[in-house]
Design a protein around this ligand. Structure first.
Ligand code: PLP
Length: 413
């Protein structure tokens, strides 16, 4: 069942009246459905049943401790990209033996922290990084498990900013991958555990995932000639969701079925996936209040109290988010309007020239599918305190992160 739906004309998150939450915590705020997070995880886990696998939640999508803890309890590991995320993962109770560490710019301090926390492995993105991990592991008298992150360079057909293939800074160019594996083999403190290939984000077709696994398997098999026997194949994240009314999310059951077939004769591999958006995006919404309406040069603007500082995806990627009224109107008159925030930037918008029922002053709106890359990418630009985060379970809701105060804005200055 959808986590967000109307009952008697009011938008609910599970069984909680979002309007009531708004009255309690003020606007803007994020609201999440506990059940939706869990359903997403279970759906993916079930789709992968039959292939040995670990789901490492890409916590950069939403690393609130309560959300993170929820996934950890369901059995998720974590895909982290910084020492800060490692710190949060451990605090949230994620099993270190299920943590993988990606990112092109790991620092010495972060590598040491990860080794001493006994994470599952590093996803290595360059030779100098590999050398540094080898050196640090040597000094710590440890063996560092790594996966070489390979960039197969094919186009996953997604937005340029979230396309991590050819021409991006990520991974090791496919033409050099074998050489890097061979090099890693002679490093004394490196255990070559696997191969990693994340191809991009918000991919809604099954094709790119299948192609990624095929290429990974073929490389993994060819490494046997070098005496390298991988244990893990990590295909990264990127499972896409439906942001628009008429879109469909990626079919994880199809992806799971094809993976199972492809892996039938390669049972030694444990599959790792690193979904972020798929697990968290549709579980959350950003709730905001209409402050004013105005017209300029014939264009209608609805000005709300949330802005790009709270949810930057529309500004950054031109991303589409559905915008729903918390209370439905009887006979909505759809007009072309732009929904914009209070931040002093022209790029501060949630919708541009969208045909929708025009909300009135004081009305509440929900910007949907904001559970991933929403709060996580928020900022204090324009000295705006970050919004509160609320988690719903059934008809109850609790604040899982307090709204920042003005005092928070000057902390440390
Ligand atoms: C961002 C990222 C993910 C998660 O991407 P989603 O599209 O949110 O699933 C996984 N792995 C790596 C390496 C990433 O950079």
């Amino acid at each position: 069942m959808e986590a967000f739906r109307y009952m008697n004309g009011k938008l609910r998150c599970e069984n909680a009246d979002i309007g009531k939450a708004a009255a309690a915590v003020g606007t803007p705020f994020y609201i999440y459905s506990r059940r939706a997070f869990a359903d997403n995880f279970r759906r993916l886990d079930k789709a992968l049943a039959g292939s040995r696998h670990i789901i490492c939640y890409a916590c950069k999508a939403n690393s609130n401790l309560s959300v993170f803890r929820l996934f950890a309890r369901l059995g998720a590991g974590a895909d982290i990209v910084s020492g800060g995320e490692l710190y949060k993962a451990l605090k949230a109770g994620v099993d270190p033996g299920k943590i993988v560490f990606a990112g092109v710019g790991k620092t010495e301090d972060e590598i040491r922290f990860a080794l001493s926390s006994r994470i599952l492995m590093f996803n290595v993105e360059s030779v100098p990084e590999l050398n540094l991990i080898n050196d640090i592991a040597g000094k710590m008298r440890r063996k560092a498990a790594v996966a070489v992150r390979v960039n197969f360079g094919f186009d996953p057909h997604t937005h340029g900013y979230i396309n991590t293939s050819r021409g991006s800074k990520f991974g090791i160019d496919m033409s050099m991958a074998r050489g890097v594996f061979a090099y890693a083999k002679v490093l004394r403190n490196i255990d070559i555990a696997g191969l990693h290939s994340h191809i991009g984000s918000q991919i809604t077709q099954t094709g790119p995932f299948v192609r990624n696994l095929r290429m990974a398997l073929s490389l993994a098999e060819s490494l046997k000639e070098l005496g390298i026997h991988l244990r893990f194949i990590n295909l990264g994240g990127g499972l896409g969701i439906a942001y628009r009314e008429k879109e469909s999310p990626v079919s994880v059951s199809s992806v799971g079925n094809i993976f199972r077939k492809l892996l039938k004769n390669s049972r030694r591999y444990t599959l790792i996936l690193e979904p972020g958006r798929f697990l968290s995006a549709n579980a959350g919404a950003l709730v905001t209040k209409v402050l004013y309406a105005k017209e300029s040069f014939g264009k209608k603007f609805v000005i709300v109290d949330a802005g790009m500082t709270d949810l930057i995806r529309p500004s950054l990627y031109g991303a589409y988010h559905r915008i729903l009224p918390l209370t439905t109107v009887r006979s909505p008159l759809a007009t072309v309007v732009s929904v914009v925030g209070p931040v002093c930037e022209t790029g501060d918008f949630f919708a541009l020239d969208r045909k929708m029922p025009v909300p009135g002053q004081g009305d509440l709106l929900a910007v949907m599918d904001a559970g991933a890359y929403g709060f996580e990418m928020s900022s204090n630009y324009n000295s705006r305190p970050r919004p509160a985060q609320v988690l719903v379970s059934g008809s109850r809701f609790s604040v899982i992160r307090k709204r920042e105060t003005r005092a928070d804005l000057v902390r440390g200055e």
